[in-house]
Design a protein around this ligand. Structure first.
Ligand code: IMP
Length: 181
């Protein structure tokens, strides 16, 4: 667990707050256009997507409700094993709803693949994926990302909701921590 002192060391910027804001605005416009006349259920994957989801929700001009799905993935160090434990389930059913699964980052793809499989068993009308970041270099399983913010190289990133050991989530930009192995 971080002490907070990490925040005093500058983390090199990969994406500025302004770049992220502009891209989130564009994603909101595209989602609003694609679901015109319908309403949406945003399923936000905790914890990492909480900042992105908050901004994205306000960029979408549709009636929507927000649900949170708490997950813990068991992995080796910083890599995912795809074994996902649900730590907090949805509050309401999603049967017959148009669902948008909101993820901070798709790395190996195993987490999103698992969550899609789980959510489909609950019979939504449709389900799409919106991810802020994608690292295609590490992809293990093909996952459909219907709305994508940025494709990035295989580097460990923090900020804008993303953490390392629970630290850095409140950085207002996305930075790179290459010291992680
Ligand atoms: P996947 O199952 O490998 O796609 O893992 C996705 C999850 O791993 C994300 O929701 C993050 O919690 C975490 N993750 C993957 N890459 C990073 C990163 O660069 N920084 C912070 N978390 C990451």
């Amino acid at each position: 667990m971080g002490t907070g002192s990490e925040m005093t060391d500058a983390v090199p910027i990969l994406l500025t707050g302004a770049e992220i804001a502009e891209r989130v605005r564009e994603l909101g416009v595209a989602i609003t256009r694609d679901y015109e006349g319908r309403s949406l259920v945003m399923v936000c994957v905790l914890k990492g997507s909480f900042v992105f989801a908050a901004d994205l929700a306000r960029a979408i001009g549709l009636p929507l409700r927000v649900e949170f799905l708490g997950v813990r993935s068991y992995g080796q160090g910083t890599s995912s094993s795809g074994v996902v434990q649900i730590t907090q389930d949805l509050e309401h059913p999603i049967e017959g709803e148009d669902v948008l699964l909101v993820e901070d980052i798709v790395d190996t793809g195993l987490t999103v693949a698992h969550l899609l499989e789980l959510l489909r068993t609950r019979l939504p009308r449709s389900i799409k994926v919106c991810a802020l970041l994608h690292k295609p270099a590490r992809s293990c399983t093909p996952v459909p990302i219907d709305y994508l913010g940025f494709t990035i190289e295989d580097r460990f990133v923090v900020g804008y909701g993303l953490d390392r050991g629970e630290a850095y989530r409140n950085l207002p930009y996305i930075g790179v921590l290459d010291s992680v192995t």
